[in-house]
Write a protein that binds this ligand. Sequence first.
Ligand SMILES: Nc1ncnc2c1ncn2[C@@H]1O[C@H](COP(=O)(O)OP(=O)(O)OP(=O)(O)O)[C@@H](O)[C@H]1O
Length: 255
Amino acid sequence: MTKQSIIQLNHICAAYERKKVLEDINLTVYEKDFLGVIGPNGGGKTTLIKIILGLLHPISGDIRFYHEGKEVQEISMGYLPQYSSIDKKFPISVYDVVLSGLNRQKALLRSFTAQQHEQVKNVIARMGLEGLEKRAIGELSGGQLQRALLGRALVSDPQVVILDEPNTYIDKRFEAKLYSLLEEINKERAIILVSHDIGTVLQNVKSIACVNGTLDYHPDTEIPAEWLEEHFGCPIELLGHGDLPHRVLKCHHHD
Ligand SMILES: Nc1ncnc2c1ncn2[C@@H]1O[C@H](COP(=O)(O)OP(=O)(O)OP(=O)(O)O)[C@@H](O)[C@H]1O
């Protein structure tokens, strides 16, 4: 069976004022894909996500969306932003954070429907946040906040879930659970995962986009060690995941 594309980026260039950040990017995301986006600091990973989400317009190139093989205007996307971009002091409860994930589906000037409130309750239960519905986000642990925001990303039942650096929420206990939850979610929808943590990415994703101004796509998790060394400029620990898990510690010297 051929894989159906859902997102296609063609020759995308992106810039902030005059500074070019992404150059001639081509990328296809497939149905039920699990795409890892890796790359060094400032390489343009978040910019790529902003382009996909429509939050930033490319200076050239185009982005197309597909549903069941047909081109459509847009597809539904859920987004978990970077921890550093969250205003933890914002006075909003867990329930309202999750509910805000349905804003785009709410009819203008209408209240949320009973069914939408039911969706919120179901997601809160799935995220293990029952009992915390009324708690302000500023009073949550990193892991609880992450689950509330993941609930917000999932509540609309989107076709793609995009997670920007989910491992910066600093809750090691939840991390293993997060990845088994993502595996579950991936049975029904595509996931795009941005992360610095190459080992975790390689263990969990199906395909990889290496971003550093330009984009190198790998349809599997075999990334040439040369790319990692050249673009990260520091020793990289690779965690293999064949039949026998193994670690390869790449070591090199700076001049
Ligand atoms: N709003 C902005 N205005 C101007 N420059 C920006 C803006 N956002 C990002 N940049 C610059 O664009 C480049 C790419 O940033 P981006 O956040 O996409 O990289 P990243 O790979 O996600 O980095 P990190 O891993 O640190 O999150 C960086 O040099 C950054 O300083």
